[in-house]
Write a protein that binds this ligand. Sequence first.
Ligand SMILES: C[S@@+](CC[C@H](N)C(=O)[O-])C[C@H]1O[C@@H](n2cnc3c(N)ncnc32)[C@H](O)[C@@H]1O
Length: 264
Amino acid sequence: MDFSSFATRGWLGRAVRLPLRLIPKDAVLPVLQGPLRGRRWIAGPPACVVKGSMHMLKLDLGCGPFAKEGWESFDNSPSAFLARHPILKWLLWKLGLMTDDHYRLQWSRNIRWKDVTRGLPYRDNTVDLIHVSHLLEHLSQQQGEKLLLECRRVLKPGGVIRIAVPDLFRAAKEYVQNVAPMMEGLAPPDRAPHDRFLEMMFSGCLRRMRSGHRYAYDYPTLAVLLCRLGFRDVERCSYRKSRHSDLSEMDSRPEDSIYLEAVK
Ligand SMILES: C[S@@+](CC[C@H](N)C(=O)[O-])C[C@H]1O[C@@H](n2cnc3c(N)ncnc32)[C@H](O)[C@@H]1O
């Protein structure tokens, strides 16, 4: 059952959260990230309870199997759900409904199982940093745009979003460079460049997997989109180079990504 919108605002929510107001501000965050983790119906919207503390609110959207310390991590994979229900996971595996590989891969238990295209559970102007790595290409163009708008809504003025996506330009260039000699009869036919390019474009879609690629970005397209949605200081970044050290530490996949940052 999802209690996330229960009792966060009205008198009942305030009453349930009263004990949090009685403990020192510095102790609030460890309590929220420890025993109360995921229990937002008690904790209230994070930024509202932590108001006044020095801690930053940082979101990692489409985080994959591993939640990073200090980040609120979201993913809608069934594996994120099953990480919190090990008996169900074991049962699915025993019944042959889950492969050995999926069973063995341990997802962090503190990932919030959520489809982020349906909105982020934060108030306007409350989030400091957002990290979105290799998620946008799994969404349709419209969903991606809606998610970026939602990121803008929750970011504080001056808050930063860092986005990593597979680089369409790099993949297309590699395809053309490899296929052109074949077209001119200078190299023997080989389908590998074609397969690599289509894998980048569609990923698991070609194998009818649940989460394939549904869109592709290059730097100009994403930069124009971020500007149109009202972000400023849009900047292309190198791997692990960021205006914020917390964001640069999140980078992975240097070989095929473009990294962009933008400020609200
Ligand atoms: C390619 S992985 C990227 C994982 C990690 N961010 C990285 O860069 O290695 C994409 C992740 O996004 C998640 N995802 C896809 N659509 C999503 C959605 N609508 N809401 C939340 N997570 C989603 C998938 O379950 C998957 O774990």
